[in-house]
Write a protein of this length. Structure first.
Length: 247
C-alpha cells in the first residue's frame, strides 16, 4: 500500500512537472510571437510612412507648377518656401516611430496653409486645443492625422460652392487624447459619386491599416469613428472624424 501511494505521488509529480513545463513553453512561444508581431508591425509602419511622403511631394509640385503657369511668381515663391519647410518637417518626422503631437501639428498647419493657398482661401480653418493638452509631451506616429484632413478638404469642402469650414478640436476625454476633424462639406454619400472616389477609399483604407498597426506596434489604444452630419431636414452638412488615442 505504501508503494502504491508512492507510485501515485511519483506519477502526479511527473504530470505536474510536465504540465508546468508545457505552460512555460506556451508562454515563451506567446512572448516570441508577440515580439515578432510588434517587430513586423513596426516594419509595416515604416513602409506606410514612406508611402505617404511622395503624395505630399506630388501635390505640392503640381501647385507650384500651376502658379508659375498662370504667371503668379510671388505666390509661387511663397508656396515654394512653404513646400521646402513642409518637406523638411515631413522627412524629419518620418525618421522617428513616434513624435510629439506638437511636431505633427506644426506640419499639419503648414499643409493646411498650402491647401488654402492652392484653393484661393475657399475654406476657413479653425483650431481649438484645450489647455490641458500638453502637445509637446504626448507622442503619436507621424502623419496620423493628415489623411483625414486631406479627405475633408478634397472630398468634403472643395466639391461645394459655399464657403468651407475646417475645424480641428483636440482635448482630453478621460484618459484619451481626442482629436476631432470636422468639415461642413457635401458629406460622404455625395462625395462617393465623384470621379475621385477611388482615391478617397484608398486613403481611408491606408489610414485604417495604420491605426491597426499603431495598436500592435506601440501598444497604444487607438480608435477612429467617422460620423455623417445632417441637419433637422436630413440634409448632409458635413463629416466629423473622431480619433482617440490612449497610451
Amino acid at each position: 500500500m505504501v508503494v502504491s501511494r508512492f507510485d501515485n505521488l511519483f506519477y502526479f509529480s511527473g504530470f505536474l512537472c510536465f504540465y508546468q513545463n508545457k505552460i512555460r513553453q506556451i508562454k515563451k512561444e506567446e512572448t516570441l510571437k508577440t515580439a515578432f508581431n510588434q517587430r513586423l508591425a513596426k516594419v509595416e509602419m515604416t513602409a506606410l510612412r514612406s508611402q505617404m511622403n511622395p503624395h505630399f511631394i506630388f501635390n505640392c509640385l503640381s501647385s507650384i507648377n500651376r502658379f508659375i503657369l498662370v504667371n503668379q511668381p510671388e505666390i509661387a515663391s511663397e508656396y515654394l518656401t512653404k513646400f521646402a519647410r513642409l518637406i523638411r518637417l515631413v522627412l524629419d518626422n518620418s525618421r522617428s516611430e513616434l513624435i510629439p503631437l506638437s511636431n505633427e501639428l506644426q506640419a499639419l498647419r503648414l499643409y493646411i496653409e498650402m491647401e488654402q493657398m492652392r484653393f484661393a482661401n475657399r475654406f476657413e480653418f479653425i483650431e481649438n486645443i484645450d489647455s490641458t493638452v500638453k502637445t509637446e509631451h504626448f507622442e503619436i506616429p507621424p502623419l496620423l492625422i493628415q489623411p483625414f484632413v486631406e479627405n475633408a478638404i478634397w472630398h468634403g469642402l472643395m466639391p461645394q460652392e459655399k464657403a468651407g469650414i475646417l475645424k480641428i478640436y483636440i482635448f482630453l476625454n478621460n484618459e484619451n487624447l481626442q482629436i476631432e476633424i470636422e468639415d461642413n462639406g457635401i458629406g460622404r454619400k455625395e462625395a462617393a459619386t465623384y470621379k475621385n472616389q477611388n482615391h478617397q477609399s484608398h486613403a481611408t483604407q491606408i489610414t485604417q491599416e495604420r491605426f491597426e498597426i499603431v495598436r500592435q506596434a506601440y501598444q497604444i489604444e487607438a480608435s477612429v469613428d467617422i460620423l455623417d452630419l445632417y441637419d433637422a431636414a436630413g440634409t448632409a452638412i458635413g463629416t466629423k472624424v473622431i480619433l482617440k488615442l490612449k497610451k
